[in-house]
Design a protein around this ligand. Structure first.
Ligand code: SF4
Length: 173
């Protein structure tokens, strides 16, 4: 302050200049806890949103695993959503085709159901070596690290119901 006054020849009375804190980009945003989808550690995150817009993601200090910390991937997670190169629709490449074509989600769900049923029907085994097995070995399920306990429970139940025995999880690979 003394240096500025000496150089410019002016005086600044205490209390006349006040720095106002800059508004935070998260001011007024909804705050939702979630889990990082990138790896099996499952760090806790807080997502800040306004309407459909994701403003910011940061570590959740109350999460028992990560206690507010995130690695560089988790800290940059908002870039997955806020990215002009993000695919927002189903892209389908037909057998033998060299190009992907857009399809609706409804079309994709129906197609998956058709393919699962056809594969299961064609491969279902009721017996093996005289023992009842009721299984298909032609379909496998790979879970993602972002699945929580409840989602994994439901997924495994659904796969077992179909007779699928090859069930694995990304975090173990
Ligand atoms: S923040 Fe990093 S360590 Fe934590 S779950 Fe995400 S990718 Fe894994």
């Amino acid at each position: 302050m003394g240096t500025v006054a000496a150089v410019t020849g002016t005086t600044i009375a205490p209390g006349t200049a006040r720095a106002a804190p800059a508004p935070l980009k998260t001011d007024g945003a909804a705050r939702t806890t979630t889990v990082c989808p990138f790896c099996g550690v499952g760090c806790g995150q807080i997502a800040y949103t306004k309407g459909n817009e994701l403003l910011h993601i940061e570590g959740d200090p109350d999460h028992p695993i990560s206690e507010g910390t995130l690695c560089s991937k988790g800290a940059a997670l908002s870039q997955v959503t806020n990215n002009p190169r993000r695919l927002r629709q189903v892209m389908y490449r037909a057998p033998g085709s060299s190009k992907f074509e857009p399809r609706s989600w409804e079309w994709a769900y129906a197609r998956i159901a058709e393919r699962v049923k056809a594969t299961r029907d064609a491969s279902f085994q009721t017996k093996s070596g005289g023992r009842t097995v009721n299984r298909t070995e032609a379909i496998a399920c790979l879970g993602g690290a972002a699945l929580d306990n409840e989602e994994c429970y439901l997924l495994v139940k659904a796969m077992r119901m179909l007779g699928i025995t090859y069930i694995e999880h990304q975090a173990r690979i």
